[in-house]
Structure formats: C-alpha cells, structure tokens
Design a protein around this ligand. Sequence first.
Ligand code: EPZ
Length: 445
Amino acid sequence: MSVFEIGGGRPLEGTVAVHGAKNSVLPVLAATLLARGEVAVDNCPRLTDVDAALDILTHLGCRVKREGDRVIVDPRQVCRWDIPPEKMRAMRSSVIFLGPLLARLGRAELSYPGGCELGPRPIDLHLKAVRALGALVTEEDGALRCTGENLTGGQIRLTLPSVGATENAMLSACGAVGTTTIHNAAREPEIVDLQRFLNAIGGRVEGAGGSVIQVEGGGPLYGGAFSVMGDRMAAATWLCAGAAAGGDVTVTGVDYRHVSTVTAALAEAGCRVSSTPSSVRLRRLPERPLEAIAPVSTAPYPGFPTDAQAPLMGALARSRGTTIFVENMFASRYRHVPELVRMGAHIQVEGRLAVVQGVETLTGARLVAGDLRGGAALVVAALGAKGKSTLTGLEHVDRGYQDMDRVLRTLGADILRRDETELAACAAGKLEEELDGIRTTPQTT
Ligand code: EPZ
C-alpha cells in the first residue's frame, strides 16, 4: 500500500503536459484486435487500467511491448476469444473487448464486468448493439457467450448515448459486412479519437462527435501508427487543483474545447482562464476566495462531464456561498463527500443532489480514496487545505492518473508518495526516536 502525504496551503505555479487519455486509449487498444498487422499506439499513458488492457491482449494471443510512451501491439497471432473473470474485473471497462472479438473471431466469452464504486454498470445497450448486427448472446450464471460469425451491417438505436456501447457498436460494425448506422451515439471526444484510429488503420467510419455514426464494415483493417488525444479529465483535475490552491497553472496537450464546461465553471467561480487551441491557463489570487456557482448538473458530452464533478467539488468545498451538484450519470458518485466533510466541508447529499455550502477553511486529514475521480477530489481539496493530509486508496488514483504526485510537484505542490517500506521505516524511525528519548530521559524514582 502506498500513501500520498500532502501539505496544503501552497499556491501552485507552472506548466504541465497532460498524459494520453485513459478513456481513449482503452477502446483503441481493444480495437487493435481488428488489425492484420502491427499497431503502434503513441502517447499511451502508464496507468493500471492500461496494464489491465495489455494483459487481456496478451492473454488473447497478441504480442505486446512498451517502448516509453509507445505501445506496440501485434494482433496477428490472436487465438483466444475468452476473457477470464479475474481479468474482466481488473478493469471496469473490459466489456469494450466484446465488439472487437466478435468482429475479429466471430466469438467472445466474457463475464459481466460487474458493478464498481460508481454503482451498477449495466451493459444491456452493448448487447443490444451487437445483437442488432446478428450476434447471438447467451447469458448464464454471470458469463456471456457471444457468437457472430456473419455479422451484417444494420441500424443500432441506443436508448442512452452510452460511451462504451457506442464504442462496442463501432467496433463490432467494423466486422459487419455492409453499412451500420448508430443512432443516439455518444458524442464524447474519445469517440472521435476512436473513429480517427479506425480510419488510420483502413476503416471507413464517419460522424463521430455527432449523434449518428456510420460504419462501412467487412473490409480489412491494417497495421499502422496512432497517437492518443490528451486526457481531458487529467487537465480538468490539474485546473481544479490550481483553483483550490490558488496560483497560476497552465496545462498543455489538451484541446481547450474538451474542458470548456469545466473552465466555464472555474471562471464563474472567480478564476481567470485563458486558452490556446492546445492549452488552458488558470489563475487565481490566493487571497481571493472562490465563489459559489450556479448548479452543476452532469450530462453526456457536450454537457458537464460526470468525471469532473468530484474534482470541481474538491475545489468548491472551500468557497463563498452554496453550489448545488446534480449527478445524473451514476447512482453512487459522491463517495468523496464524507471525506471532504472530515476536512471541515459542509456538504449534504440527498440522492443525486449534493449541496455544497462553501467554507472559508478546510483542515488536512487522513483521507481514503473510494474511486478514481473521488480520490482526485481529495487531493484537490488537500492542496487548498490548512495543514497536512494523507491519502490512501491510491490503487483507485493510479487507474487514471499517471504520476499524479510528480505532476503536482512540478507545479510546486507539497506532495510525496510513500510506499509501505518507507512508511514502516519512518514509523520504526519515529519509534526509535521515542525509545531513544525514553532511554536518555533521567529516571525519576
Ligand atoms: C465511460 O464509461 C467512461 N469510461 C467513464 O469514465 C465516464 O464516466 C462515462 O463514460 C460517462 O462519460 C471509459 O470510457 C473507460 P456510459 P461507460 O456507458 O462507457 C448507463 C472515469 O472516471 N448504461 O456512457 O461505462 C450507465 O449505467 C470513468 O474515467 C446503461 O444503462 O459509461 C450510466 O448511467 C468513470 N446501459 C450511463 O449509461 C448500458 O449498456 C452512462 O454510462 C451502458 C450504460
């Protein structure tokens, strides 16, 4: 187990480049199964979710190697279509392999990915999508057995603009002969990135970013090279950290349009925000507190992103006035609230609503991350708090942030990552000091 040790109250200053986007690279890595040659994926972040995806590709028979920020996948020897439950559980979004396995091998055996910290994560829309192309899906005792030797292009109508279901629809459609039209598709930037990747290896996909995507499937897809977009949630998190601590923070390598709803909220809270096409700068005078803002209601892109709800709340916990959050995307995405309350925040949760009565001061505390973005929220809040905080549960944070502590130290933050051996040595050292103290203290009789 490792721990973040954070000293709050220090303004942040500097420029950081965001790592490649977790929510783009995961479907792109799954999509490499469709290629008939080696695929090089650049700007591939070092995240535990990426490790889990590479482990699944290796299990399926791909040759995988990492060279710095480049990962090379050779899918030519793919020989399996089953993903064991323990590998499905290692990464929440492992269901994204369903579409490419059906398209490549005509078969897929995987277990339900199961719920996660955010609440139930149904996959009914994923199954509806592949069934619309002719796949047969049987579900027995938690296992999904899918066959689809002769997928045929057709109409896929999503009742919700699900990101994952849209991606599985696109990927299975690549293996379906003819034209597939996906209606009510998710419009996230990561969907556009997946289209960019598929077209870079010979695919014919158009419309991503809008609600209707068209795929000409059945043709061969080849090897090639692709560079993943910047991670808009990492960018949003570093900007929220700048807002919480005060200072002058610039994030580069991200399309400013991808974080525009978050930067609009931070500007409304009193920060000065400026952008270029691939960077965003945020300034806040430490002596000028953040102001509460109009209700923040999460929605599919281009609405306010659910993944930025927690980091923004981590910043606005210390503000003047009351901000209301409405979490519409997931049933249980307020796990960071009790931890913020332990720092002195005044937040009340009622179902999907969280009412944040801003306070003037937060105090450092021993904090536990319960999920990826909730962990980020606690780091954001700790940077703006008085005194020291510790954060455990870093296995959640490591899923989606590459070297979070190093990035924040680049901005001048007082944050250190200690692993258990260091902690044990530190504790032993302290014990030794205490023992020394006792030994040298003259005994009074
Ligand atoms: C993706 O998850 C992201 N993950 C999530 O980011 C993100 O929060 C989410 O999209 C929404 O933007 C990845 O891309 C790996 P959805 P996904 O399907 O695809 C319901 C992070 O922190 N739904 O768009 O699982 C579902 O229950 C993660 O980086 C169905 O009902 O999200 C949810 O309420 C967390 N049936 C809503 O749709 C389905 O078949 C949106 O989910 C599928 C989804």
